[in-house]
Design a protein around this ligand. Sequence first.
Ligand SMILES: *[C@@H]1O[C@H](CO)[C@@H](O)[C@H](O)[C@H]1NC(C)=O
Ligand SMILES: *[C@@H]1O[C@H](CO)[C@@H](O)[C@H](O)[C@H]1NC(C)=O
Ligand SMILES: *[C@@H]1O[C@H](CO)[C@@H](O)[C@H](O)[C@H]1NC(C)=O
Ligand SMILES: *[C@@H]1O[C@H](CO)[C@@H](O)[C@H](O)[C@H]1NC(C)=O
Ligand SMILES: *[C@@H]1O[C@H](CO)[C@@H](O)[C@H](O)[C@H]1NC(C)=O
Ligand SMILES: *[C@@H]1O[C@H](CO)[C@@H](O)[C@H](O)[C@H]1NC(C)=O
Length: 327
Amino acid sequence: MSPSLRSDSPEMSHPPKPSSTSTSRTCLQRRSKRFWMILAAVLVALALGLAVGLGVGLTKKGSGNTSPSEPTSTPPPSNNTNNGTLWTPSAGTTWQIVLQGALASNDPSLNVTVMDIDLFDNDASTITALHSQNRKVICYFSAGSYENWRSDSGQFKKSDYGKALQGWDGEYWLNTSSANVRQIMRARLALAASKKCDGVDPDNLDAYNNENGLDMTAADAEDYVAFLSREAHSLNLSIGLKNAGEIVNATVDMMEWVVNEQCVEYKECALYQPFIAAGKPVFHIEYPSSAPSVSTSQKTAICGDASTQGFSTIIKGMDLKSWYQLC
Ligand SMILES: *[C@@H]1O[C@H](CO)[C@@H](O)[C@H](O)[C@H]1NC(C)=O
Ligand SMILES: *[C@@H]1O[C@H](CO)[C@@H](O)[C@H](O)[C@H]1NC(C)=O
Ligand SMILES: *[C@@H]1O[C@H](CO)[C@@H](O)[C@H](O)[C@H]1NC(C)=O
Ligand SMILES: *[C@@H]1O[C@H](CO)[C@@H](O)[C@H](O)[C@H]1NC(C)=O
Ligand SMILES: *[C@@H]1O[C@H](CO)[C@@H](O)[C@H](O)[C@H]1NC(C)=O
Ligand SMILES: *[C@@H]1O[C@H](CO)[C@@H](O)[C@H](O)[C@H]1NC(C)=O
């Protein structure tokens, strides 16, 4: 038996169809004279508008010395490449993340709207099964580290990576400015799109906070996030920031959510509040060292932390198997 699902998420509600617009013939005939007059006026207005528009366009092209005060028809450049067709979850959406171990579709711990799962370790049929249960799927991959066990790891050059990630065997910080690295990430995004992931969770964006051995800075991270956002959106994939609280303000517009680990433990949850202010989820995990045995007082301290107001908080073990507690 599959767990019951939340039905209150916006992506599942459909606006009512407009009521039938059939109009009686008499009504149409009575209105016809006025209708034609209005139509004629509209056409004249359109023609005038077109003429003025063309005139301005020709003047601009011809003169070549446009005054700077003249209003321009090109919109200001923006890093927000969400053109309106993307999946955009609301702040407070429930979620769960499972990066190790099998997903059992009848596991009650999966009773959430959004599932964050490994891009490489899950095939398209798992994602299709989650969709059939009305869930949205975020596919996790590391965007900022080289992992020596991945199927595409042979494509990285030795010069693409620097120091090892402390505590994570076989993982090294990447030079996220490298064209080769970006090409590999484009392919990973294409893989996510081909598996029908709704969005992606690109991990390890905060090399600048770590001994990365490549002099990667916060500005490098902002540029990389802008790149990932453009590429994901062009594939109709939503995308979230991962940790990297220092670049939240610079990137909140181009991201559909943020995934944060341990902001309560490190007392930095306030950095992520701009996402809540923008109506976007903060998918938040705390890893109490005692997990999976978490005392009531530990749970209360995490779930009641005022700086997490509006967050989608879960408590998990660092192994990111399916065990979790929802706040
Ligand atoms: C699933 O979640 C909903 C809403 O959060 C809850 O009402 C329901 O009891 C849960 N079902 C299971 C099987 O845990
Ligand atoms: C893009 O994704 C949205 C949300 O998942 C979906 O409704 C829409 O049909 C997709 N558009 C295209 C062009 O695939
Ligand atoms: C990172 O890659 C960029 C772009 O290829 C390059 O200019 C830079 O020197 C590289 N940094 C290191 C430390 O190798
Ligand atoms: C887009 O992002 C890049 C990299 O962070 C930044 O340099 C640029 O100023 C941003 N452009 C806009 C319009 O926000
Ligand atoms: C919006 O993005 C989708 C998915 O990439 C694309 O199919 C569609 O043509 C885009 N629409 C506009 C107006 O750019
Ligand atoms: C982000 O913007 C908020 C609101 O303007 C500000 O309070 C906060 O200090 C900024 N965060 C950083 C890291 O600069």
